[in-house]
Design a protein around this ligand. Structure first.
Ligand SMILES: [Zn+2]
Length: 355
């Protein structure tokens, strides 16, 4: 059974446009809880992971993805109402790397009581100081958020204070025949994949695994949500879904990144956080090949996944990724055919009795 192109786009658009910065994933987890409750027993943990038991009997298998997205944070507000920012990660460079570029994007400030619109701004060429004109590279304080306020009091009255999160906030759009671009494909496209696969599997009823779904929090901050999954349920096997690195754009080296968009999901054998199960990875490749599902293989550097947190607690793990361009940017791009193929691979895997 296949899912129609428009329903793949619709669920990805819905999930990616939700605000879910690290530590404030509530709207995403609310969506997940509501959607998964239609076919599974769902509960939320103390740290706000969502766990869902779909059914079946056999080894306990979890399909896992993360709800959070990368973000910036409010560090201070100026007397004249501008908001100064730091990034979500512990910054050791003291300045933004050249691939982090929020400028001239819509911004959404997420406060405990709601959201506030703004823009990521910097002084433009007409008004920049002579010193800045000749400077190379950015400093964090070159960027700020303008929400149209004129004073600190006005900003604070909206519930904005140090610690509030800021995300870039583009619409999710289609490009060409197959491509979808927007924010938070990392990792909402994975939640879309898990959801679509589980909805098909729940209808079948006689699964050879006890199938669970997991939506974690705070992956981008160091796999913190995934770290407590093993305390909630004992998982025998886990397939973790996340964005895949591709080398099919200018500026990359195909010797390092041989995977491409449109050629199917990748089974990842290793990244900076773990060595994934050889047996489970090979089984995924075998099932894909037998079912005629396109599949790629990869190893990554400068990349980690939630699966490693489960490995440390005794779960056999695999990492499956869908090719994604421009990762950790407001224009993360995926290919609908890869999303479809990843749903097909999960479905094929779960219906084949464990060997
Ligand atoms: Zn991710």
């Amino acid at each position: 059974m296949s899912t129609s192109k428009s329903s793949v786009f619709d669920i990805i658009r819905e999930l990616t446009e939700l605000p879910g910065p690290i530590g404030m994933e509530g709207p995403v987890q609310d969506w997940i809880e509501a959607r998964w409750s239609a076919f599974a027993e769902v509960r939320r943990t103390r740290v706000d992971n969502v766990l869902a038991k779909v059914g079946g009997s056999g080894p306990r298998l979890a399909l896992m993805a993360h709800a959070d997205e990368i973000c910036f944070m409010v560090k201070s507000v100026s007397d004249d109402g501008f908001i100064h920012i730091w990034p979500y990660y512990g910054d050791t460079r003291g300045a933004p790397p050249k691939w982090v570029m929020p400028l001239n994007q819509s911004a959404l400030i997420v406060t405990p009581s709601g959201t506030v619109d703004g823009v990521f701004a910097t002084a433009s060429g007409h008004v920049v100081s002579a010193k800045e004109r000749n400077a190379s590279g950015w400093e964090w304080n070159d960027w700020f958020i303008d929400i149209g306020a004129s004073s600190r009091e006005e900003v604070e009255a909206l519930g904005i204070h140090a610690g509030c999160r800021i995300i870039w906030n583009p619409k999710t759009r289609r490009f060409g025949e197959h491509r979808i671009s927007g924010k938070a494909m990392d990792d909402r496209a994975a939640l879309a994949i898990v959801t679509l696969a589980a909805e098909r599997l729940a209808k079948r009823g006689d699964l050879p695994y006890e199938l669970w779904l997991v939506s974690t929090v705070q992956e981008e901050a160091g796999l913190h949500g995934a770290a407590s999954i093993a305390d909630e349920i004992e998982v025998d096997l886990c397939i973790n879904l996340d964005v895949g690195l591709v080398g099919d754009i200018p500026g990359t080296d195909k010797r390092d990144f041989p995977n491409v968009m449109g050629a199917g999901p990748a089974v990842v054998y290793h990244d900076s956080s773990a060595h994934y199960s050889w047996k489970l990875s090979e089984r995924l490749i075998g099932i894909a090949r037998d079912a005629g599902i396109p599949v790629q293989r990869a190893i990554y550097q400068s990349y980690g996944s939630d699966a490693s947190a489960l490995l440390k607690r005794g779960t056999e793990i695999a990492l499956v990724t869908y090719p994604t361009r421009y990762t950790h940017s407001p224009i993360e791009m995926v290919d609908e055919r890869d999303i479809e193929a990843t749903v097909d691979l999960l479905e094929a895997f779960v219906v084949h009795a464990p060997s």
